[in-house]
Design a protein around this ligand. Structure first.
Ligand code: FUL
Length: 477
């Protein structure tokens, strides 16, 4: 009793934490940012027709992988450092990779496993086996469905979402792409059908349904509500990137601007997701077996996405056997090895850290030592009114480094606008890294320096006080 009273009294008398700034992430969004890097799986009849967009008239007879093994997909993903896989349960051609109760146009009608197979169910189990997340892509545009364009199709789409989530959940992400190219098979009509992107799908009701069925799942679309498209299919986010954005009146598939940069005054927190394929196409084509992104290209993409606070969604399309091709797996292995060698050892370990500006010297919750624990839940913060401040690290011995990683405590909002890092050359401070936004993460490659001292300067930020969660340093192989 006494100890509770003491704690309460001490906390009550201590300085309160800084006030949050702007739109804030939800708990599921905070966890989603921690995922950093996930895999995308594009697989359907296109794999067998060599197309990128099936017309919708493909016969399920052609879907016949000879050695499909979703455990292999999940193993490759896990070994590459992916924390989840998102599968095209249905792409624009309308073929369903699970035995949906709502259509015959599915694996049920294929020769694969005599029509008893279920790719969605298999992959959900394989992901659970590797302890990585499982997510679904369900294309809103359906070039097979006879009723596409009418309200019945929207009901069908929602029924399938419900079926997928209830049968194969938990899902960590639900992916709604924004494509609609007009023409299609549409049950034999073979015509062009355009829909009103602002109203046809009734997105708010669909998102409510997903939210109700899977409250922890993050909903992806061009405009969120959980996470947003980065605005290109090259996996590149913007140097200056705000997780906050205003998307009022915007719907998926509309030409939404500034998806990559966001807006510091944005009314909603909608995290950035950068998607890209390891191959030129999203689906497997044998002609691209020698056009796989090299480990070095993947590293560039990783720094331009994960390194700028976005989540990276890297597509690894299975081949006609139903396996991730050896060339793709080899590139991923080497890519992972470069990252592991880089981030193996935090070179700020054992440093003594100090700052002239600490919110309350007596309160460990606010001290600069929190920057060195690699825990985004703890942070260094300044008194209100101090929006530029620095910390100095004294290292136990000279250390050689060329990567700086910073993280904000995003629970209190994204606030840093400008920062720089200096090294001590024996006589003076020399700037060797500079950037604008940080958000969930900022990782920058620098020239290679050897020093016993580092100084981080936060030059400006939103809100009343500087708040920063982590500062670490590494060396590339
Ligand atoms: C787009 C689709 O049209 C592509 O085929 C691919 O699925 C990509 C990830 O999304 O909207």
């Amino acid at each position: 009793m006494l100890s509770i009273c003491l704690t309460v009294c001490v906390l009550a008398s201590a300085d309160p934490p800084p006030a949050p700034v702007g739109a804030l992430p939800t708990e599921p969004q905070i966890r989603w940012h921690e995922r950093e890097f996930c895999g995308f799986i594009h697989f359907t009849t296109n794999t067998f027709t060599d197309k990128e967009w099936g017309f919708g008239d493909e016969t399920p007879e052609i879907f016949d992988p000879t050695a499909l093994d979703t455990d292999q997909w999940a193993r490759v993903a896990k070994a590459a450092g992916m924390t989840g896989l998102i599968l095209t349960a249905k792409h624009h051609d309308g073929f369903c990779l699970w035995p949906s109760a709502f259509t015959e146009h599915s694996v049920k009608a294929s020769p694969w496993k005599g029509g008893t197979g279920d790719v969605v169910g298999d992959l959900a189990k394989s992901c659970a086996g590797q302890k990585i997340g499982f997510g679904i892509y369900l294309s809103p545009w359906d070039r097979n469905h006879a009723r596409y364009g009418s309200p019945e199709y929207v009901a069908y789409y929602r029924a399938q979402l419900q079926e997928l989530i209830e049968t194969y959940g938990p899902v960590f992400e639900v992916w709604h792409d924004g494509a609609n190219g007009g023409d299609g098979f549409y049950g034999g009509a073979r015509e062009s059908r355009t829909i009103d992107k602002t109203s046809y799908y009734g997105w708010p009701a669909t998102w409510n349904l997903v939210h109700h069925l899977a409250p922890d799942a993050i909903i992806f679309s061009d405009v969120g509500p959980g996470c947003r498209w980065v605005g290109n299919e090259r996996g590149i986010s913007s140097e200056t990137s705000w997780q906050t954005i205003t998307v009022d009146g915007m719907m998926p598939g509309m030409d939404v601007k500034r998806l990559d940069t966001g807006d510091p005054a944005g009314t909603r927190w909608i995290g950035v997701e950068a998607d890209v394929s390891i191959r030129p196409g999203w689906f497997y084509h044998a002609s691209e077996d020698d056009k796989i992104k090299t480990p070095e290209q993947l590293i560039e993409i990783w720094y331009a996405s994960v390194g700028r606070g976005a989540n990276l969604l890297l597509n690894i399309p299975p081949d006609r056997r139903g396996l991730i091709h050896e060339h793709d797996a080899a590139s991923l292995t080497e890519f992972r090895s470069i990252l592991d060698q880089t981030f193996d050892e935090d070179l700020t370990q054992g440093a003594h850290i100090s700052s002239e500006h600490v919110r309350s010297a007596a309160d460990a919750r606010y001290g600069p030592a929190n920057l060195l624990d690699r825990d985004p839940e703890t942070y260094w913060t300044t008194p209100d009114g101090i929006t530029s401040a620095s910390v100095v690290l004294d290292l136990p011995e000279p250390r050689t480094l060329d990567v700086i990683k910073l993280r904000e405590h995003i629970r209190l909002g994204q606030r840093i606008e400008s920062f720089a890092v200096d090294w001590w050359d024996g006589d003076r401070w020399v700037e060797f890294a500079r950037g604008t936004t940080i958000g969930p993460r900022r990782i920058i490659r620098t020239e290679r320096i050897t020093t016993t001292r580092l100084r981080l300067r936060i030059e400006s930020c939103r809100g009343d006080a500087v708040v920063l969660a982590d500062f670490s340093a590494y060396r590339r192989p």
